[in-house]
Design a protein around this ligand. Structure first.
Ligand code: LLP
Length: 451
């Protein structure tokens, strides 16, 4: 891949730190020209712990959790928040989630294993995935996972069989694809008809799945699940999907006399990555979903089931930043200026994969205007290894520390060892002190699987 030459009409935005408030962690501020997070000097932190480095504002994560819980109180007081662990997970976060009574969306055997090890109540785990392996199914049942969200008939059979052999009754939800195209990148739309996820309503596929689930021994069908996509700004898609689901639930009730006890509306609320993004707030989202659900079930004359929501990104995304050291600056006159950093697509694949956009600042020049138009490139052997394309930044020099904002979700969790890169450490910061929640990988770690 080669990047499109910078449009000569593009200019740096000359913005200040204040202009970036929407994308930064809540407790980020400049002190004497250096960026601090929750009172911790990020330049010193980078020098002490090395870069690349993921840093999280612990207080902001907790406050986002509380915002969801409080946001649901007025319209959906019995609704349950189920954090999507795929966005980012570590033991400390699991403990925080458990403290606040959140459920956990897990999507693989290792996530269940980690939750178990941390003492997370396994009855509050919701096991997702469109092709769970037979081994994962048994491990999950053995661990006492509360619910499976099931996408295929084959899986219904597998769970029923395993539950029979293991002598348990397993609760399940059926994932239904409402046939809605959410307003987001096509890679992260999941509710449309053409999707590997869930049972489509067309051709009675979902209805047949309900009949099948109800006929199988050792399964308890608790209700339905939908998830229309991720990084969604326009909430219209939720309204459409809820309306389709309510019609479906009414049909099922009328034809099969089955009423769901539970309805999980998935996650997907978007966050601000750039100063131009205008996401819906957590409070507005909760209100909107509440109104749509109450209206939909009320008009259909149906009792509202227990509601679950599954946010990931909107809890963790803006709370995290990544720190890098600037190793070199390559100016190509008339083309672009590359700022080369000591990380890249191995710690943040989102720019290469989705064309994601980010904002950054030079930590040690936080009070200066972002007066340069640059492309921040990683250290991997690919031209597509970029983190920010044509972004505004203070004038970068070797030895500067760069912070990229809003990297808390789907960066560490999607990180890789490409070029045998050791994955960065993860640090939680709160009121003036930090603690490392994951250490940096070592060369030895990378060789640990070699026989
Ligand atoms: N529930 C289910 C069933 C999901 O598949 C997901 C995300 C969520 C909840 C949480 O969605 P959130 O609230 O975080 O949007 N790697 C992509 C995002 C993939 C999302 C996958 N599923 C990215 O970096 O943008």
């Amino acid at each position: 891949m080669s990047l499109r030459a910078s449009n000569p009409a593009l200019r740096a935005d000359n913005s200040t730190l204040e202009d970036l408030a929407l994308v930064m962690p809540k407790n980020c501020e400049s002190k004497e020209g250096t960026l601090h997070l929750a009172g911790v000097d990020l330049f010193k932190l980078a020098k002490e712990l090395g870069t690349a480095l993921y840093v999280y504002d612990e207080d902001m994560i907790e406050s986002n959790i509380l915002r969801y819980k409080q946001g649901l109180e007025s319209k959906l007081p019995s609704a349950q928040v189920c954090y999507a662990s795929k966005a980012f997970i570590c033991k400390d976060l699991l403990k925080m989630l458990a403290r606040h009574g959140l459920y956990l969306d897990v999507c693989g055997g290792a996530e269940i294993y980690m939750a178990q090890l941390t003492g997370f109540p396994t009855e509050n785990l919701v096991f997702h995935g469109n092709n769970k392996t037979p081994q994962e199914i048994r491990e999950a049942i053995d661990a006492g996972v509360g619910k499976f969200v099931v996408d295929t008939k084959e899986e219904l059979d597998r769970i029923s069989e395993a539950a029979y052999e293991m002598g348990v009754n397993q609760k399940v939800l059926l994932r239904i694809t409402p046939g809605i195209v959410a307003d987001t990148h096509s890679f992260i739309q999941t509710g449309s008809e053409d999707s590997k996820f869930g049972f489509t309503i067309a051709h009675d596929t979902a209805k047949d799945a309900v009949a099948h689930a109800l006929s199988l021994p050792h399964l308890k069908l608790m209700g339905f699940h939908m998830h229309i996509g991720s990084q969604i700004f326009n909430l219209e898609g939720y309204s459409q999907a809820i309306s389709v689901m309510v019609d479906f639930i009414k049909d099922i009730y009328e034809q099969m006399d089955y009423l769901p006890e539970e309805f999980d509306v998935g996650g997907g609320l978007g966050i601000a990555y750039t100063v131009h993004d205008k996401p819906t707030s957590i409070e507005q989202f909760c209100d909107y979903i509440g109104d749509e659900l109450l209206k939909g079930f009320n008009e259909a004359g149906l009792e509202l089931p227990k509601i679950y929501i599954e946010p990931g990104r909107s809890i963790i995304g803006n709370a995290g930043i990544t720190l890098y050291s600037v190793g070199s600056v390559k100016e190509i006159p008339g083309v672009r200026t590359y700022v080369n950093v000591d990380g890249g697509m191995s710690d943040n694949i989102r720019t290469a994969l989705y064309g994601a956009e980010y904002e950054g600042v030079i930590v040690n020049k936080a009070d200066e205007l972002r007066s340069e138009l640059v492309t921040v490139a990683g250290k991997h052997c690919e031209s597509g290894d970029v983190l920010i394309v044509d972004g505004s930044l203070q004038e970068a020099e070797v030895g500067d520390v760069l912070a990229i904002f809003a990297t808390g979700a789907y960066c560490e969790s999607m990180s890789s060892n490409y070029n045998m890169q050791t994955r960065p450490a993860v640090v939680f910061v709160r009121v003036g002190s930090y603690h490392t929640v994951k250490r940096r990988e070592t060369y030895k770690d990378l060789l640990a699987r070699e026989l």
